[in-house]
Design a binder for this molecule. Structure first.
Ligand code: PLP
Length: 419
């Protein structure tokens, strides 16, 4: 499958950039002010926070960094357990590799590819510190049940909402459904901040204070205001702001070094414009998905990836399941590729990847995730950058490739029977 040459490519860009994005950049360039830690960042955070309904929303440089910070806030200790979905991009749980914790992979619901609460119930223990889940492809996880289980055991829930921007769960937005939310504005995501960027949403003030320190190159620690003024020190002059803060606080415990995870003003300016366009982008995704659903539901052996009636799927990924057998699936993939439609399967179950195998994980741990990925899983292009012509071609090509796949598989089965 030659990448980049398909008539209907998988998304390199998940959103559309235009005049309004350019105008925001022009305004920023002409203003001659700071290019970092400025008003655009503050405005973007405020607008995002309101949109999501989160207590705090803080920009960072990527979704991966948001997840690293989320993991850091958990203060994991040896012996702690963390439960995670295997059906996600590696960044969701990669930071856990740095910790001496036991990761338990929770199998998924084969209809949604989201964490299955029935399985979660069997994995949760008194040692479960956190649960990492994803709203797969933009279809929200079963949050009411997951949160009820988590609350009963005092576990913190991290929503990887990289696919969930524009998604609604019973009228509420991912990132405000649990304790910590992590968003990505990577080029392929539903909105982008010029290629890279991220946001972390937080339900606790203490976490927000820590993230502000960490992302701005300060030490992450437990600080208490100094009460005794007895220490010998040089007199402070009013402009000695930094020295003043050093003297005013006593570190009780250092948790770790800070870093620079500050989003640029250019990224935030574009983020503001993109956020205003989010509903339009998601409507376009939903329209394309509706056309694909309609075409595919004409075939037996197809299971669609649908949100519950009270929720809104944002179709970051268009997914369907081809249950007609390996042969039909392989014929379909080949035929649709020849017709110019690019397929990329998202994602390989993480518990089967080398880094988690080295930690003792492997086949059999999540039977549904494994079965669906190896036997049924399909993703098709679905993004607002596709023109009407491309969408027409996509739907026609999918229909034709499905017919061919059934015919070929059927003919072969017939030949095998008559041989
Ligand atoms: C894209 C993505 C990430 C990582 O975000 P980046 O901004 O690319 O670092 C994390 N989790 C999921 C599920 C993603 O799709």
């Amino acid at each position: 499958m030659a990448g980049g040459t398909h008539r209907v490519p998988f998304a390199r860009r998940g959103s559309v950039l235009g005049e309004a994005d350019l105008a925001a950049l022009a305004e920023l360039v002409r203003a001659e002010g700071t290019l970092t830690s400025g008003v655009w960042r503050d405005r973007f955070e405020e607008r995002f926070r309101e949109r999501i309904g989160a207590r705090h929303a803080l920009t960072v440089t990527s979704g991966t960094v948001a997840l690293e910070l989320a993991t850091r806030l958990l203060d994991l200790a040896p012996g702690d357990e963390v439960i995670a979905t295997p059906q996600t991009f590696q960044a969701t749980i990669q930071p856990l590799l740095d910790h001496d914790v036991r990761v338990r992979f929770c199998d998924v619901d084969p209809d949604t590819l989201n964490m299955d609460p029935d399985v979660l119930e069997t994995l949760v223990t008194d040692r479960t510190r956190a649960i990492f889940l994803v709203h797969y492809g933009g279809n929200p996880a079963d949050m009411d049940r997951i949160m009820a289980i988590a609350r009963r055991h005092g576990a913190i829930v991290v929503e990887d909402s990289a696919h969930g921007i524009g998604t609604l769960y019973k009228g509420r937005h991912p990132g405000a459904l649990a304790d910590i939310g992590c968003f990505s504005f990577h080029s392929t995501k539903n909105i982008t901040t010029l290629g890279e960027g991220g946001m972390i949403t937080l339900a606790r003030d203490e976490w927000a204070e820590r993230v502000l320190r960490i992302r701005d190159n300060e030490v992450d620690g437990v600080f208490t205001p100094r009460t005794d003024a007895g220490e010998e020190r040089p007199a402070l002059l009013p402009w000695m702001k930094f020295a003043d803060s050093v003297y005013r606080h006593t570190a009780v415990g250092i948790r770790g070094a800070g870093t620079n995870a500050t989003m640029s003003e250019a990224a935030a300016a574009v983020g503001m414009v993109q956020l205003d366009s989010l509903d339009r982008f998601v409507d376009r995704r939903r329209w394309i998905a509706g056309r694909l659903d309609e075409a595919l539901s004409a075939f037996p052996g197809v299971r669609l990836h649908r949100a519950a009636p009270d929720s809104r799927h944002s179709y970051h990924l268009y997914t369907f399941f081809l249950t007609a057998g390996r042969e039909v699936r392989e014929h379909f993939v080949r035929a649709v590729d020849l017709l110019g439609v690019e397929i990329q399967l998202r994602y390989f179950p993480l518990h089967l990847s080398p880094e988690w195998r080295l930690r003792g994980h492997g086949a059999g741990e999540c039977p549904q995730a494994e079965r669906v990925w190896f036997e049924e899983h399909m993703n098709l292009p679905c993004h607002p950058g596709l023109t009407d012509d491309q969408v027409d071609h996509l739907v026609t090509a999918v229909t034709r490739a499905m017919r061919e796949a059934y015919e070929k598989a059927g003919a072969k089965a017939h030949l095998a029977r008559t041989a």
